[in-house]
Design a protein around this ligand. Structure first.
Ligand code: GUN
Length: 284
């Protein structure tokens, strides 16, 4: 079974659009998401366009601010301070990565926690690890939704995560743990990685290397979630971190690239923007 993130996200976005359509009458406005893009990395440009398109589909107001990669850290922090103070802004997203002369951690921490639609702010991260109410990071949240939509049993399962990034590996491990999976976190320096991954009922791969996971690393009937977005060095086409063609016949459930995790990430960003909006209008 191939889980289509594209189809699931289309269904969820349609439901959100119905909900957002009721907001002007109820709250006097719709949610407003501001996306800041620094530089012109083709991947980032394409992601930011996807976020604007999804906002339009859901009825969320989207402002995309583009700045050259020569922008200073001070200028960027100044922009964030203005957006934090602007009552008409519900969500602020700074597309990562940032140029090397800008301290990413400092920028993330500068975003008001209540407008942190990425769930990257240190206070949101702390809340996640303490099982307190928080904004969940979009990719891990989308992965759990996909697993649940496919009816995958998480409780008691052996989950193996490859990759330990702040954006995916660490938070998805925590969310799987919260679903009562037994979680093993692995990375580029794990010894005998294949031995570990072959134990997995659920394998989540976010290592950023094309076709890194080969068929011999996957147990028959495993559920495989591919977070990778890479260019295949041979064909130049988009490909994931797993060798889809070789693993698809073995897996009970697998996500494709493109059309798998990516659309779910954007869908969860829309959901987070609505959550931040509702939180703010209900407090006002
Ligand atoms: N770069 C890659 N993934 C993400 C994401 O989820 N959010 C932001 N802000 N930047 C990213």
């Amino acid at each position: 079974m191939i889980i289509s993130g594209k189809e699931l996200s289309a269904k969820l976005k349609a439901e959100m659009a119905e909900q957002v359509a009721t907001f002007p009458a109820r709250y006097g406005r719709v949610p407003h998401l501001v996306v800041i893009l620094v530089g012109d990395d083709p991947g980032s440009v394409s992601y930011v366009k996807g976020k604007a398109k999804a906002s339009e589909e859901v009825g969320i107001r989207n402002t995309t601010i583009r700045r050259p990669d020569t922008i200073s850290e001070e200028e960027l922090l100044g922009m964030i301070a203005e957006l934090n103070a602007d009552d008409g802004v519900d969500g602020i997203l700074v597309q990562l990565p940032l140029p090397k002369h800008i301290d990413e951690d400092k920028v993330i921490a500068a975003i008001d926690k209540s407008k942190d639609v990425d769930g990257f702010h240190p206070l949101n991260v702390a809340a996640l690890w303490q099982k307190q109410p928080c904004t969940l990071p979009c990719t891990p949240k989308g992965i759990i939704k996909m697993l649940k939509s496919a009816g995958v049993v998480l409780q008691g399962s052996e989950a193996v995560v490859i990759g330990r990034s702040n954006i995916v590996g660490l938070p998805v491990s925590k969310l799987l743990l919260d679903e009562n999976a037994t979680v093993t976190m692995t990375h580029s320096r794990t010894k005998n990685l294949g031995e570990v991954t072959r134990r997995a009922d659920i394998l989540v791969v976010a290592i950023g290397r094309p076709k890194f996971v080969t068929a011999d690393m996957v147990k028959d009937g495993a559920v495989v979630i591919d977070v990778g977005v890479n260019r295949d060095p041979e064909t130049g086409k988009l490909c994931g971190d797993v060798d889809f063609a070789a693993i698809e016949p073995k897996a009970s459930v697998i996500t494709p690239v493109p059309g798998g995790v990516g659309p779910m990430t954007i869908c969860c960003l829309m959901e987070n923007t609505i959550e931040c909006f509702l939180h703010r209008v209900k407090q006002a």
